[in-house]
Design a protein. Structure first.
Length: 105
């Protein structure tokens, strides 16, 4: 049974904060981005939740939208000595993102 891909919650240009949560599973969400705020710069196709994929639950897995989020490197690393305009882009699943300004849990 094929289901329609979920509608993305965030739009390009939205400010989002990566949830600062712990997990026992592989998530593809880098630790240094947790609790940090960035900007959505690209939508990616919906894909199986990484935790489901890690356990080979692909066929009946849960699908979520993914996004490319851009962070200022000076926000990620306070001692960063590069240029103020330097950025880092990484892919995040929707389940790890919240609107910027919302308290993370």
């Amino acid at each position: 049974m094929t289901t329609a891909p979920p509608t993305p919650r965030f739009q390009i240009g939205d400010r989002v904060t990566v949830r600062d949560a712990t997990t026992l599973f592989h998530t593809r969400t880098q630790g240094y981005t947790r609790g940090q705020t960035g900007t959505v710069v690209e939508h990616r196709p919906a894909w199986v939740v990484p935790e489901d994929e890690a356990f080979d639950i692909i066929e009946n897995g849960r699908y979520v939208p993914f996004y490319v989020v851009r962070f200022k490197q000076t926000d990620l690393w306070p001692d960063y000595t590069g240029f103020e305009i330097d950025t880092l882009e990484t892919e995040c699943s929707e389940m790890w993102l919240e609107p910027a300004g919302k308290e993370t849990k």
